[in-house]
Design a protein. Structure first.
Length: 241
């Protein structure tokens, strides 16, 4: 059995595991349950009422959060000629094709967070499926990383565009920022995330769609969020300029 540290045990006392907190209270608890010396990542986990075995109930998309996620995103682009130059000018960390494919396949080089490709080279990039796929690094049209609009895709990735997809248990996990963002910015990111996720409910999914929402920071306890309150807050939510 994993032993919890003294700091974790102490901050956990502030969180009632039986309570689903309203959004504002949950954000305050996120700040109050920080225990690490580093800037902890804040994550959301949402249990959905979908059947992950059904192809028409899969959740997979890309999202841009208004305040980013507080991470320097390394972007690689698979493209030819002019599109390589476009990628570099837009801020991509690496751009190429055969050279990149060889570096990844032979040297197991994976020093990047997002990969983007133009549609015309995907038949070549597909060779990397067994390497990039399990790590969530394979370009995909579903999340906007297979596109001819390379400049826009690179800019969005650098801004903190996140990939959102359900796991085998029907749970969606995603980072929504750092504890240092403060409760207001974290709240904005959380509400934009939830609004997008709610709108993605598959038509074939029946019954309760959002079953459970949990927020946590890297080293802190899970904080359950009241979905009824989330919907109420979203009705009057307007992102500050």
């Amino acid at each position: 059995m994993v032993q919890k540290g003294k700091k974790y045990t102490e901050v956990s006392k502030a969180v009632d595991a039986r309570t689903s907190y309203v959004v504002d209270d949950a954000m305050r608890l996120i700040e109050g349950t920080k225990t690490a010396k580093f800037d902890e990542t804040v994550e959301v986990a949402v249990t959905l009422g979908i059947d992950p075995r059904q192809a028409n109930q899969q959740i997979r998309t890309g999202m841009i959060l208004p305040h980013g996620i507080g991470k320097d995103i390394r972007v690689v682009v698979f493209a030819k000629d002019d599109k390589q130059r476009e990628a570099t000018e837009a801020g991509a960390d690496y751009a190429g094709l055969d050279d990149l494919i060889e570096k990844i396949s032979k040297d197991n080089w994976l020093e990047f967070d997002v990969s983007i490709a133009t549609p015309d080279v995907m038949n070549i990039v597909a060779k990397l499926g067994k390497i990039l796929g399990p790590r969530g690094l394979m370009p995909s049209p579903k999340v906007g990383t297979v596109t001819f609009d390379i400049a826009q895709a690179v800019k969005e990735a650098k801004a903190g565009r996140i990939e959102v997809k359900n796991d085998k248990g029907g749970v969606v996990h995603a980072p929504i920022g750092k504890v240092s963002f403060g409760s207001d910015k974290l709240k904005d990111n959380f509400l934009v995330f939830m609004d997008s996720l709610i709108k993605m409910k598959p038509p074939s999914s029946k019954g309760v769609y959002v079953k459970k929402i949990t927020l946590s920071n890297t080293m802190g306890p899970g904080i359950k969020v009241d979905f009824v309150n989330v919907r109420e807050v979203l009705k009057g939510f307007h992102l500050a300029a």
